[in-house]
Design a protein around this ligand. Structure first.
Ligand SMILES: Nc1ncnc2c1ncn2[C@@H]1O[C@H](COP(=O)(O)OP(=O)(O)OP(=O)(O)O)[C@@H](O)[C@H]1O
Ligand SMILES: [Mg+2]
Length: 149
């Protein structure tokens, strides 16, 4: 199953993230891919605000993982710089912490990603338009997509 969703602007991406947030569950894993500036952090910010995170979400490019308090803990990762090597950070620990995990550049670590997860690929069409290719892996994520999309 694969969904193709066109978002016309940043607000559309935020709304989509909010819709996914409304169906959240512990250990939810959302893997974001797509070129620089395609909207991955915008999605993470939209999700975080809906989750009730008060702190400002900043790109965790240099820290790899940032944790935020919301209705569930949010673990926001950017693994762009990892180069397949997790530099001593035990990323897998976060997959079982009962929070929501959002990973930018997730393909970088695809060997250690859980089998059950949501993949979202951002494709830039023009300045404000993006095509999102959304693929659920596992029943829980298929149900999630049925509810949201
Ligand atoms: N439909 C859209 N969805 C998301 N962002 C959009 C959209 N249209 C325009 N933008 C703009 O594109 C930029 C996306 O930046 P963002 O930081 O989210 O990208 P990113 O994919 O996280 O990049 P990086 O790989 O550098 O982390 C923002 O400046 C945002 O305003
Ligand atoms: Mg980003």
């Amino acid at each position: 199953m694969e969904y193709k969703i066109t978002v016309k602007d940043e607000m559309d991406t935020i709304e989509l993230a909010q819709n996914f947030e409304s169906e959240k569950f512990p250990n939810m894993i959302i893997c974001l891919n797509g070129e620089l500036g395609s909207g991955k952090t915008v999605f993470a910010k939209g999700f975080a605000s809906a989750l009730g995170v008060n702190e400002t979400i900043t790109s965790p490019t240099f820290s790899i993982i940032k944790e935020y308090d919301g209705e569930l803990p949010l673990y926001h990762m950017d693994v762009y710089r990892l180069d397949g090597n997790t530099n001593g950070v035990n990323i897998e620990d976060y997959f079982t912490k009962d929070g929501v995990v959002i990973i930018e550049w997730a393909d970088t670590i695809k060997d250690i990603l859980p089998k059950e997860r949501l993949d979202i690929k951002f494709k830039v069409v023009d300045e404000n338009k993006r095509i999102l290719v959304i693929i659920p892996y596992g029943k829980q994520y298929e149900d999630l997509c049925e509810a949201v999309l």
